[in-house]
Design a protein around this ligand. Sequence first.
Ligand code: CMC
Length: 437
Amino acid sequence: MAKETLRILDERTNADYSVSVNKGTVRAMDLRQIKTGPEDFGLMTYDPAFMNTASCQSAITFIDGDKGILRYRGYPIEQLAEKCTFLEVAYLIVYGELPSEQELRNWVNEITHHTMLHETTKRFLEGFRYDAHPMGMFISTVAALSTVYPESRNVHDREMRKLQIYRLIGKVPTIAAYTYRHSLGFPYVYPDNDLSYSENFMNMLWRMTEPKYDANPALSRALDILFILHADHEQNCSANVMRAVGSSQADPYVSIAAAAAALSGPLHGGANEEVLKMLDEIGSKDRVPAYIDQVKAGHGKLMGFGHRIYKNYDPRARIIKWAADQVFATTGKNPKLEIALELERIALGDEYFVKRKLYPNVDFYSGIIYQALGFKPEMFTVLFAIPRTVGWLAQWQEMLEDPERKIARPRQIYTGYGERNFVPIEKRTVQKSAAGQ
Ligand code: CMC
């Protein structure tokens, strides 16, 4: 049997080393022994943007980017989207197994009874300007919950963590719905415990004067499916932030707020909002070829296309396309769909995109559904953050229980000055690089 080791010949010293290979990976710390002399710190790896570095071991989500496979805890995303409710999948992601009927009942009951916000948190939300971006309100309000639940700092207490998990999964739809109502100037609607997770979210978004909200089943199921598809995606930018912030033993509310901040960027979850802006800018199907030419010439990106891991069709985008048809059967077709389909058709046949393996990702079609459901583009990333809270919590919990856990603290290659003497202010000259400040 082949040895699970890697031999390294250091041609600077002619020294020979052998390091273990485990699951196709070498430990960066095993390279530290490789030195040119006693003064040498030892060899490090350099990997900006983590292009080829595993930052943890995880049993939550599996992605094969070349084959377009996504599984939560081993179950294919297609099966989960077809057969489960979002809270069932949330249980699976957090605890590792699908729940029994009794376990699911208890779980749903716990989450449902933690949907209410403290009245002071409601007033906190009222302090935002009428045109505040919903994602900014969402991030700040989740962080503010840290002041309501100071006991959550006790991150090593499993029972305490469980309570925060119920609270966070329960409260994020309420916060999201309140940011939406705030931007419209409508009164906030309290959660209704008789409704399912997505029906209740719709109730808090859209109930006006009717005594009981009656959710359209096709729309609430489509929302549930969208939530399932967005629930986790292994070590993406925001999951990495969740683990990094959580590794300092910060409480889960501020850690989730930090992860949501990472999600808000246009290269990550903010892309769904950008896709709609792009489709607006294109305006009509006949202008798609010109827009693609512009992208190929280096002016901007095709938003909702490309992925660090998927070098094949994003399996979530395929399911979203199917869910879009279910939504449009109720709401009527979103006219943007025609432009999006034409963009996809042309891009998938164009050498620029084919060569770079750029396919539609989850954000390409989700915004079109959200818009058909009646959301403004500013709400789209908040709709992503609700289900992703589940993934962040599972990643956080796994990190805290990992025996190898330590505070996340990367190294750097220092490229600045060597030691130099202080210059008094009257002797300093204006530096060219700073002059334009
Ligand atoms: N449109 C046009 N060209 C692109 C695009 C795009 N959307 N994405 C990548 N490229 C090009 C890029 O310019 C580069 O070309 P070249 O080799 O000539 O320099 C090549 O493809 C490789 O791209 P990269 O930037 O090295 O890839 P990355 O893995 O660092 O970035 C990405 C991945 C998702 C940030 C990027 O594809 C992108 O910016 N896409 C648009 C934004 C987007 O849709 N983001 C959502 C991602 S999925 C959901 C989520 O994470 O929340």
